[in-house]
Design a protein around this ligand. Structure first.
Ligand code: GLU
Length: 278
């Protein structure tokens, strides 16, 4: 078993991160497997070295140990670009110049039962579909044209988390209505989150992805991209989210529940485990 914890260094780790990291760590240790640490610093405009240092400090304080070198996404941009080239060779990648406002304007009026947003943001209305990959400009984003490859059998994934345990088929209908043509890269970002995580997980041989419930929907898209690239599929385990007393999920800016705040107040790692119900 190879698990991983993959925080973005854009703020302090909070109780939700601690829960995720401890689960992934303990599952690997119980199974005699490996626990990897990855720094998801894809968005270089938001990543800060001081947040990265705090991640190491907080995890060590929690008593977690990781195996092998830490993988930082910013050191693998070439791999992501090569992967996008592979996808482009399938003839389904197109350049997109739409701004967020243009996408919102072009999206059809909301219909009952049809979501406006999916795990890749607002469901793209397809404005730039039909532009050729060869005509891409440095200022364009790149998107994957889902409808080009949704003939025939699609893959499935295994979920072991409490809310959705079982096998989940990735269907054309699901992708087209609930995700929309996903972004693969942006002018200022070598790869999108979805593209980068599947490359990272595959290249580090992750067997079990343990992460929050909020990413369950994204798994359909990520599994689809893995399948398009013939990458092996990990087993997924989406865990419950840690919420504040009003039921809101914790956010990076919620410093009151930051691990460093609890540390400064004299809490112990055992206290943190108890707070998240472990
Ligand atoms: N870096 C992602 C996050 O902080 C997690 C990556 C993943 O599990 O897909 O939400």
């Amino acid at each position: 078993m190879i698990t991983r914890f993959a925080p973005s260094p854009t703020g302090p780790l909070h109780l939700g991160h601690a829960y995720s990291a401890i689960l992934a760590h303990d599952m690997a240790r119980v199974a005699g497997g490996q626990f990897l640490l990855r720094i998801d610093d894809l968005d270089q405009s938001r990543a800060r070295p001081e947040w990265e240092d705090l991640i190491y400090e907080d995890l060590r304080w929690l008593g977690l140990t990781w195996d092998g070198p830490v993988r930082r996404q910013s050191e693998h941009f070439d791999e992501y670009r090569d992967t996008i080239e592979d996808l482009a060779a399938h003839g389904a990648v197109y350049p997109c110049r739409c701004t967020r406002a243009e996408i919102a304007n072009a999206a059809s009026a909301p219909q009952e039962g049809v979501p406006e947003f999916g795990p890749d943001g607002r469901i793209y209305p397809g404005t730039c579909r039909g532009r050729a990959y060869a005509d891409r400009l440095p200022t364009d984003a790149l998107r994957y044209e889902l409808s080009k490859t949704t003939d025939g059998p699609l893959p499935a994934f295994t979920e072991t988390g409490p809310a959705h345990a079982g096998e989940h088929d990735v269907t054309a209908d699901h992708l087209l209505t609930r995700v929309g043509d996903p972004i693969l890269a942006r002018p200022n970002m070598a790869a999108s989150y979805h593209l980068a995580v599947i490359v990272d997980d595959a290249n580090t041989f992750v067997t079990h992805v343990i992460r929050g419930e909020d990413l369950f929907e994204a798994t359909f898209l990520q599994r689809f991209l893995q399948w398009e690239l013939s990458l092996s599929a990990p087993i997924y385990h989406h865990h419950r989210l840690i919420r504040d007393e009003t039921g809101k999920r914790l956010a990076k800016r919620d410093d009151a529940r930051a691990i460093r705040t609890y540390r400064a107040e004299g809490a112990t790692p055992q206290d943190i485990r108890a707070m998240v119900g472990l």
